[in-house]
Structure formats: structure tokens, C-alpha cells
Design a binder for this molecule. Structure first.
Ligand SMILES: Nc1ncnc2c1ncn2[C@@H]1O[C@H](COP(=O)(O)OP(=O)(O)OP(=O)(O)O)[C@@H](O)[C@H]1O
Ligand SMILES: Cc1cn([C@H]2C[C@H](O)[C@@H](COP(=O)(O)O)O2)c(=O)[nH]c1=O
Length: 226
């Protein structure tokens, strides 16, 4: 099995808006369940009643980048304490749609907010968590990074739903966010799994499955092509 924390597995999905993350959550959950794992499916900002309230503010209200950053980390603090840590301690799989990489990509690279402040907030919220050495941050074991050109993501989202505050941003904003993700992936190459999200849906799924089997997170399905 993969490197785990207390037997649990913390797996996140990241990418710019419209990259196609959410389209694969059902299949991922089903795949883990078929292997006998208990799955907690959650998202950020959100995942607890308070964090979902903060999410609505972040996605709907205009605010300074500092306020945005404080609110997403406040939501994360609750989410870790109430959902993520307990699930990992029970040995479960936590499938989380976005986590701290999104803060560095959106507030840091997208908004141009000071990443040193983000790193401080990350320390406050993710260091010293139960079951980890004091200096170690709680981080996902693996992050599926859906890499897609902002122009294609915008085409996919056009008409798909009413845009929220972020989805309404111009393509230049998403170019910066995409670069933010690329920089995070370079800095933490063993955690990031790059998925070419420009491919058709079933090919994207095949990339996900293959990558997780290769890392020992999932077992090969009997009879599946190598
Ligand atoms: N591989 C694909 N090819 C074409 N369209 C796709 C593909 N994957 C997803 N889509 C479509 O693109 C749109 C965005 O997909 P999805 O909601 O999964 O993205 P997301 O990354 O979760 O976005 P967000 O973070 O904004 O919620 C949806 O309309 C979805 O049906
Ligand atoms: C965790 C996190 C998220 N965001 C942004 C990114 C997205 O635009 C929305 C969440 O919407 P989704 O449809 O659930 O992907 O929030 C952010 O700006 N900072 C963060 O830390």
C-alpha cells in the first residue's frame, strides 16, 4: 500500500476551474470502495458546516486577498480538525477536492498575495497535527493535478453553470493560477501527479487509474490492460 498516515490516505485533486476534477470523483470513490476502503469525500473551502458558510462568503463576496486567505485557512482549520484528521486516524481514504495548493495558486499566484504570509498561515493550520512530528505539515500523500490550458477550461465552463466569483475572472487570472500550480508541482514533484486534462474523459480516467496503481495506492483491476 501507499505511504499512509495512521493507515489512512489523503488524496487531493487540484487544477484551475473547469479542469475536470469533479468529473472523476464518483469513479475514484467507487474504485477505492471496491477495494474495501472507506472513503470520506470532501472539498475546500468547505467540508464542515462552518467551513461551508465561509466558502459561500469566499465564492460570492468581494474582499481583499488577505481576507480571502484568512477565510480559506480558517475553513481549513475546522475541516482538518473535524473531518480530515479523524478520518485519517480511522485509516480511511480522504478524497478532497482542493486543499492548500489552491491557496498558493489562487491567492498567491492568481491574486499576487504574499506567499510568505500564506506559508505562515500554512504553518499555523497544518503543523503540529495529531500523529505527526511537530515540524511536519499535514499534507496530502498525493495530489492529482489536472493540467489544462485556461482557454480550454473557459470553453468547457461557458454555459455549463452560473460562474462564481473566481470562474468570472479573466483568462489572464487563470494563466497565473495555472503557473502557480506548475510551480507547486515542480517544488514537490513526488507528491504531484500531473494529469493531462485536455484528453477525452475516459482517457483522463485511465491516466488517474494508471498513476494510482503505479504508486501502490490502488491495486490493478483483475483482467485490466497493463
Ligand atoms: N475530459 C473532458 N473533456 C471535455 N469536457 C470535460 C472533460 N472533463 C470534464 N468536462 C466538462 O467540463 C466542465 C468542467 O468539469 P468539472 O466540473 O469536472 O471541472 P472542475 O475542475 O471540477 O471545475 P471547478 O473546480 O470549477 O468545479 C463540465 O461541464 C464537464 O462536463
Ligand atoms: C481551496 C481554495 C479554493 N479557492 C477557489 C478555487 C475555486 O475557484 C473555488 C472553489 O470552487 P470549486 O468549484 O469547488 O473548485 O475556490 C481559492 O481561491 N483558494 C483556496 O484555498
Amino acid at each position: 500500500m501507499s505511504p499512509t498516515r495512521d493507515g489512512g490516505l489523503f488524496l487531493t485533486l487540484e487544477g484551475i476551474d473547469g479542469a475536470g476534477k469533479s468529473s472523476h470523483l464518483d469513479a475514484l470513490e467507487a474504485r477505492f470502495k471496491a477495494q474495501g476502503r472507506t472513503v470520506v469525500r470532501t472539498r475546500e473551502p468547505g467540508g464542515t458546516p462552518l467551513a461551508e458558510t465561509l466558502r459561500a462568503l469566499v465564492l460570492e463576496q468581494p474582499m481583499t486577498p488577505l481576507t480571502e486567505s484568512l477565510l480559506v485557512f480558517a475553513a481549513r482549520c475546522e475541516h482538518i480538525a473535524q473531518v480530515i484528521e479523524p478520518a485519517l486516524a480511522r485509516g480511511e481514504v480522504v478524497l478532497c477536492d482542493r486543499f492548500t495548493d489552491a491557496t498558493f495558486a489562487y491567492q498567491g499566484a492568481g491574486r499576487g498575495f504574499d506567499t510568505a504570509v500564506l506559508s505562515t498561515l500554512e504553518q499555523w493550520v497544518q503543523a503540529g497535527r495529531a500523529g505527526l512530528p511537530a515540524a511536519q505539515l499535514l499534507q496530502p500523500q498525493f495530489t492529482l493535478w489536472f493540467d489544462l490550458a485556461p482557454e480550454i477550461a473557459a470553453q468547457r465552463l461557458a454555459g455549463a453553470r452560473v460562474p462564481d466569483k473566481f470562474e468570472a475572472q479573466p483568462v489572464e487570472f487563470f494563466r497565473r493560477v495555472a503557473q502557480g500550480y506548475a510551480d507547486r508541482a515542480t517544488a514537490d514533484a513526488s507528491r504531484f501527479v500531473r494529469i493531462d486534462a485536455s484528453q477525452a474523459r475516459d482517457q483522463v480516467w485511465q491516466q488517474i487509474d494508471t498513476a494510482l496503481v503505479a504508486r501502490g495506492v490502488l491495486s490493478q483491476v483483475q483482467g485490466a490492460a497493463q
